[in-house]
Design a protein around this ligand. Structure first.
Ligand code: COA
Ligand code: AMP
Length: 644
């Protein structure tokens, strides 16, 4: 297949791509017609404001109106908007669009009563319960900016986000429910609020039956009581008209410095892009059921559990469970069958977990999947074995697609709503309209097809991508726009082949991907270095059959530390869990006599990783002391890792 620009007889995908490239104004103004506007956009893009420009300047709308009210006030009033399915608590609940509007309008009135107005931030620290979605939408209704923090992060990470977002109100639940344990969120919230200099005016706490939280007088309110009182008083809040360029949310993601980056998402750009993807990329129609098995704490959850399906008038499945163990590896197939799901979106790690438990795919046959049409994968590289396995057991297209928290919608994928392009396992297929994706060499020059380099996107980014970082245009420029002038640097390395297919091979920075969760090794190193017995350390991601990658920390102890190294290693594991969170899956700390370095003092992380992954490696010519690498190999071998 020729490259996107040169096809003589373009199919629907190539026509769409060419239209967006040739006349972005016309393409995105047409896409914008999928939304209701208070003031429709007269032009799509203004290249003069923001770090690289802003989308839909001058227009006004409300995200909650588009996701909820227009359906609730129309033909979808009695259609299910949310299907909540929670095997960990044994609960199911159907919420129609009409009910969703009532819930959200009441909660918005509660928030307004707590002083939340347009532009104010609200932090959510909540598990996968309907109230979390009500909370996000209630913020959108008021024109407030939500910032959801994933429940698997510890108090310190929450504190850093609270400090940066400076929320007026925090919405939290008393607990999350993991298959193995109830995770009390409230003590973590209390610790975070103790640590953060910024104090919110109020916290609204959802008491769950699995664990009641003690409320702090004067600050904490009981969620149910507040909502009941508002409902009894008939209090509701209307949808506020906000500027298209106003922030809908801030979502923090791992940055290379250990300080998370607050990715800003503007209202109109996000909704226009998501509305375009539902029919054209995923091939899903209004009224159909869509199941994204992520978490609302991640970008995928924001986009494809909440905003995209609701804006498109679909039914979304909100699943509080795991792919395996709740109760078995047939959990996803049950959901597909029970709710008539047409499209499933999950992470490859979930497939690997299912494949491990049910290699023959026998559990699939227990369920009637007649409505199910396609499986989409993202969040990490989809290994060809797992893709082939899923194709075989499901007998449906399995589509790998690539995106980032920063972009807010897929950069590349197989647009099966437009046309199904040939699948090449291991590749994330072709760029979506609006993305001019290039592979660059170190000097910033595009490389020939088939050559590996850094993947960059020529500016401007399409609607939906981050216009800036919260509170810092300058950090936005430094982090993403300065390495290759005129481009957004994805920090992913990869290749584009002669057919225009993009293959993503890995990160060029210190980010690792653990079970589809994005984490910074630099952040973990900061935690290890702060241990009083640690002189220096290095954390690398090593290959893991289930999670793709897991972190492994090497530490050099200070001279004259005489304690048992095994005890210190246990403390280090506990320290990362306590300070970053269980989601880091940091289980391996190894004390070594020294770290392998170049003569200029750079730690040889790439070679250490090759040793841990049992890949062939050569002794770097610049190494300072060859023995240090042998020690790394020996210490890994002691744990049964690598080839030694
Ligand atoms: N709140 C509190 N703790 C959480 C949590 C949450 N929301 N989510 C995960 N954790 C905890 C887990 O309980 C686990 O704790 P443990 O160390 O005590 O066992 C730890 O964080 C690591 O969790 P996880 O990475 O989920 O590993 P797992 O071994 O529990 O499960 C999988 C493995 C593959 C089943 C799971 O990682 C999974 O479903 N991954 C898909 C991820 C995904 O959809 N990502 C979205 C990106 S598109
Ligand atoms: P996040 O911001 O958490 O969505 O993580 C984004 C990172 O995950 C990307 O920069 C990639 O490194 C990786 N990633 C996401 N999707 C894919 C994919 N389909 N293939 C390869 N890597 C992916």
């Amino acid at each position: 297949m020729p490259s996107p620009e040169t096809t003589p007889e373009p199919g629907p995908y190539r026509r769409a791509y060419a239209e967006a490239a040739g006349d972005p104004e016309a393409f995105w103004l047409a896409a914008a017609r999928a939304l209701d506007w208070d003031r429709p956009p007269e032009r799509a893009f203004d290249g003069t404001s923001g770090p690289y420009g802003r989308w839909f300047p001058g227009a006004r709308l409300n995200a909650c109106h588009n996701a909820v009210d227009r359906h609730a006030d129309g033909a979808r009033r009695d259609q299910a908007a949310i299907l909540y399915d929670s095997p960990v608590t044994g609960t199911k609940r159907t919420i129609t669009y009409g009910e969703l509007k009532a819930e959200v309008a009441t909660l918005a009135a509660v928030l307004a009563g707590l002083g939340v107005g347009p532009g104010d931030r609200v932090v959510l620290y909540m598990p996968m319960v309907p109230e979390a979605v009500f909370g996000m939408l209630a913020c959108a209704r008021l024109g407030a900016v939500h910032s959801v923090v994933f429940g698997g992060f510890a108090a310190n990470e929450l504190a850093v986000r609270i400090e940066d977002a400076a929320p007026k109100v925090v919405l939290a639940a008393s607990c999350g429910v993991e298959p193995s344990r109830v995770v009390a969120y409230k003590p973590l919230l209390d610790a975070a609020l103790d640590a953060a200099a910024h104090k919110p005016d109020a916290c609204l706490i959802l008491q769950r039956p699995q664990c009641a939280a003690a409320l702090t007088a004067g600050r904490d309110r009981d969620w149910a009581e507040a909502v009941d009182a508002a409902r009894a008083a008939g209090a509701t809040a209307p949808c506020a008209s906000v500027a298209a360029t106003d922030p809908l949310y801030v979502l923090y993601t791992s940055g290379t410095t250990g300080k998370p980056k607050g990715v800003v998402r503007d209202v109109a750009g996000q909704l226009v892009a998501l509305a375009w993807t539902m029919p054209n990329l995923y091939g899903v129609q209004p009224g159909e059921t869509y199941f994204c098995a992520s978490d609302i704490g991640w970008v995928v959850g924001h986009c494809y559990i909440v905003y995209a399906p609701l804006v498109h008038g679909c039914t979304t499945v909100l699943y509080e469970g795991k792919p395996v163990g709740t109760p078995d590896a047939g959990a996803y197939w049950r959901l597909l069958s029970e709710y008539g799901v047409v499209c499933l979106f999950t992470a490859p790690t979930a497939l690997r977990a299912i494949k491990k438990e049910d290699p023959g795919g026998d559990l699939v046959a227990r369920y009637d999947l007649k409505k199910f049409r396609s499986l989409f994968l993202a969040g990490e590289r989809a290994d060809p074995d797992s893709v082939a396995w899923a194709e075989r057991v499901l007998d449906r297209p399995v589509i790998d697609h690539w995106w980032q928290t920063e972009t807010g919608w897929p950069i590349a994928g197989n647009p099966i709503g437009l046309e199904t392009l040939p699948v090449k396992r291991g590749s994330t297929c072709v760029p979506m309209p609006g993305y001019d994706v290039q592979v660059l060499d170190e000097g910033g020059k595009p490389v020939p097809a088939g050559t590996m380099g850094t993947i960059a996107i020529r500016l401007p980014l399409p609607p939906g991508c981050l216009p800036t970082l919260w509170g810092s245009d300058e950090r936005m420029r430094q982090s993403y726009l300065s390495t290759f002038p005129g481009y957004y640097d994805t920090s992913d390395a990869g290749v584009i082949d002669a057919d225009g297919y993009i293959t993503v091979l890995g990160r060029t920075d210190d980010i690792i991907n653990v079970a589809g969760h994005r984490l910074s090794t630099g952040g973990m190193e900061a935690v290890l270095s702060a241990h009083p017995d640690v002189a220096e350390c290095a954390v690398i991601g090593i290959r893991d059959a289930l999670k793709g990658e897991v972190p492994c920390g090497f530490v050099v102890l200070k001279a004259r530390v005489e304690r048992d190294p095994a005890e210190i290693e246990r403390e280090l594991v506990a320290k990362v869990r306590a300070e970053i969170g269980p989601v880091a899956a940091f289980k391996l700390a190894l004390t070594v006599p020294r770290l392998p370095k170049t003569r200029s003092g750079k730690i040889l992380r790439a070679t250490m990783k090759r040793i841990a992954d049992a890949e062939p490696w050569t002794m770097p010519a610049t190494i300072d002391d060859a023995g240090a690498l042998d020690e790394i190999g020996a210490s890994l071998k002691g744990r049964g890792i690598g080839a030694g």
